[in-house]
Design a protein around this ligand. Structure first.
Ligand code: AMP
Ligand code: GLY
Length: 421
């Protein structure tokens, strides 16, 4: 079968690497893909916001299934456009993708279905939001732009002045149209974990829980990023906690979408805070996490292509894939300056080129080939991954690989998975 993957990052490199190992897959394409992804897939530069072009590509090239990696095309309704012409997809439709695309949409489901989450209010104008903040005595408080804001739309305000400045910035267009509404919510305390389920709307496959490291620098210092490293399974997410989160959070959410006649099809990424009162929902994403996906792909024993096809065809069987006997870790190497401004084009030496069958893999998040050498082409650049019988072995092996890579213009955190060690 011919699979098309939309995206170009480390997440999509890992998905394509896994699909390439499936006997079901005879041909792989990517839009836009990358020089590293080109080892497995034919890459095409097409504008994915032009749905007609993508539909035409799928028809001309007899694509059997489209897998959408990032959130923007999902929230933009690419699945609806493809399905309207009979093209099968892995990913939720535009309505269901609002779980990621609108924080107010998700909060409404939480309140209608009694799902544990931070107490909140939604505002669509500065005046009301400001008067709410004036009356609020508890700090810190969490301010969120409603829509997609490239991971930057959540601000934790330490005091009233900071909170007022922040909502002024948001309602002034600081996050564009994503900030036309603002969710103001209670600050939750606890450890964070990410739970991933793959669902066809009825059945559900539960993957090992993962932990991301969002801050840029070692010791949870510096600004928030897309994620500087991940590992799975995360020991803080015991099987009891996974059961509670599935029953109280994930299942009622999937029921809500079914009740709205838009059953969720794809992978649902549940961001959780493990509070003293139990797991609470922080946010949903309508896609795999990046870099969490990379560790999940390493741990997955099953045929990913079959799982994707079962979701598209509505033939998925409920399974618990959380009982893995290995651990995996991903260390992100990023260009100096990320997540603020950084330069592209620095040369990376000593990169392993063949990733076909190893326990130590470097997925490429943002590289390009330059005169037969690898060059940095983004903020997050490399995903150095390892898997082993236990977490310590995987951890040490991945850090040993990082040390071998010769890239003075890059940085990484030295404490990925520290709480699991
Ligand atoms: P998000 O972009 O929604 O993943 O939020 C980014 C980060 O902000 C999360 O990973 C949490 O660390 C933090 N965060 C979001 N909501 C809350 C909350 N209600 N209480 C505490 N921290 C939060
Ligand atoms: N690693 C966090 C995310 O993918 O949103």
């Amino acid at each position: 079968m011919h699979f098309l993957v939309i995206g170009s990052g480390g997440r999509e490199h890992a998905i394509i690497w896994k699909l390439a190992n499936s006997p079901k897959v005879s041909k792989l394409s990517a839009i836009p893909g990358s020089d590293a992804i080109a080892q497995y897939a034919t890459c095409h530069s097409l504008d994915v916001t032009n749905h007609e072009l993508v539909v035409e590509f799928c028809k001309d090239n007899a694509v059997d299934l489209v897998v959408i990696g990032p959130e923007a095309p999902l929230v933009d309704g690419l699945v609806d456009s493809l399905q309207a012409t009979g093209i099968a997809c892995f990913g939720p439709d535009k309505y269901a993708a609002q779980l990621e695309g609108s924080k107010a949409f998700t909060k409404k489901i939480c309140s209608d279905y009694n799902i544990p989450t931070a107490a909140y209010n939604v505002f669509d104008n500065l005046k009301d939001a400001a008067s709410f903040i004036e009356g609020n005595q508890d700090y810190p408080i969490v301010l969120k732009a409603d829509g997609l804001a490239a991971g930057k739309g959540v601000i934790i305000a330490e005091d009233k002045t900071h909170a007022i400045e922040t909502i002024e910035y948001i309602f002034d267009g600081g996050f564009g149209s994503a900030g036309s509404k603002v969710v103001i919510e209670e600050f939750l305390e606890g450890e964070e974990a990410s739970l991933f389920v793959i669902t066809d709307g009825d059945a559900m496959v539960t993957l090992p829980a993962a932990q991301d490291h969002k801050r840029a620098f070692t010791g949870d210092k510096g600004p928030n990023t897309g994620g500087m490293g991940a590992y799975a399974p995360a020991p803080c997410m015991t099987s009891d906690l996974i059961d509670v989160a599935l029953k109280k959070i994930v299942e009622p959410t999937l029921q809500a979408l079914k009740d709205a006649n838009h059953p969720y099809k794809g992978v649902l990424y549940t961001g959780l805070m493990l509070t003293k009162q139990g797991p609470k929902l922080i946010e949903y994403n309508a896609r795999f996490g990046d870099p969490e996906c990379q560790v999940l792909m390493m741990l997955l024993q099953e045929d990913l292509a079959e799982i994707f096809l079962d979701v598209a065809n509505g033939t998925l069987k409920t399974q618990n894939l959380t009982q893995c006997d290995k651990s995996a870790i991903c260390i992100v190497m990023a260009t100096n300056g990320y997540p603020a401004s950084y330069e592209k084009g620095s040369i990376i030496k000593n990169l392993p080129d063949d990733i076909s069958s190893s326990d130590d893999i470097v997925f490429h998040a943002g590289t390009k080939k330059q005169d037969d050498m690898w060059a940095a082409n983004g903020g997050r650049v490399l995903n150095v991954c390892a898997q082993a019988e236990n977490f310590k072995l995987a951890h040490d092996s991945a850090y040993a690989s990082v040390e071998k890579i010769d890239w003075p213009e890059g940085f990484f955190r030295t404490d990925i998975g520290k709480s699991a060690l």
